[in-house]
Structures are given as structure tokens and as C-alpha cells.
Design a protein. Structure first.
Length: 134
């Protein structure tokens, strides 16, 4: 087997994934691009395992299986974060995520979905601490 074709395919997959991570604004598409990059690494590991005779047999395939397990865990945690972001902001745009915490006592942004919902306020909600029913 000629190892050039899988290596070039893996390079194209990795490049496409890197482009997706750098260019996309939707968090779900960014996660899909990360998965493309992980699959490119898996392809390189399996190709290297079949072409290079190492001291440990099937070591590339074992590492590829380890990367698959890590990718599954990454998707689980990533989708949980994206769902929580959507619940708080009603958007999964990566550009709108604040990277720093607001200063203490700063008001909540007016345009957020959490500020627009009546159940998100602390007054008038029976389940909120100190909230009474009006």
C-alpha cells in the first residue's frame, strides 16, 4: 500500500477542520470541525501503524481507539456546554460569548434572552429566593 494517499487525505481533512474552527461562528459547526481534525489524526495513526513496523504491534490502532474515546467524551461535554449556552443566550454564536466575567454589581445585558424571560427575574417568580407572586 502506498502511504501517500492516506497522508494527503488526512492533511486535507485536518486543513478543512482547521478552516472550520477558525472560520465558523456556530458552536455546533466548530465541534464538527474539531471532529474532522480528530478523524484526520486517526487516519494518520492507522496508516503509520500499517506502513511502519514498530516494536509494539498495532500501537497506532490502539492510539486511534483512544482518540475515538476522547472524541466521544469531548462531544458529550461540548454539546452540554452548547445547550447551556443556548438556554442562557438563545444563540450558539461563538462571537457573542463573553470571555470575561462582568464586574461585580454590573447590570445584565439587555439583549440577552435570560433578561427577556419573566421566569429569569428574581421578582415575581415563586421559586426564586425572595420572590413573591404579584
Amino acid at each position: 500500500m502506498r502511504p501517500v494517499i492516506p497522508y494527503v487525505t488526512a492533511a486535507l481533512l485536518f486543513g478543512l477542520g482547521a478552516y472550520g474552527v477558525l472560520r465558523r461562528r456556530n458552536a455546533v459547526l466548530v465541534l464538527m470541525a474539531v471532529e474532522l481534525m480528530l478523524n484526520a489524526v486517526n487516519l494518520i495513526l492507522v496508516t503509520a501503524d500499517t506502513t511502519v513496523r514498530a516494536a509494539l504491534p498495532h500501537s497506532g490502532q490502539v492510539f486511534a481507539l483512544f482518540v475515538i474515546v476522547l472524541a466521544a467524551a469531548e462531544i458529550g461535554v461540548g454539546l452540554a456546554i452548547v445547550l447551556q449556552l443556548y438556554r442562557l443566550r438563545a444563540s450558539v454564536a461563538v462571537d457573542e460569548v463573553p470571555l470575561t466575567e462582568p464586574p461585580a454589581g454590573a447590570p445584565v445585558a439587555v439583549g440577552t434572552a435570560a433578561a427577556d424571560r419573566p421566569e429569569a427575574s428574581t421578582t415575581g417568580h415563586p421559586g426564586a429566593p425572595g420572590g413573591e407572586v404579584r
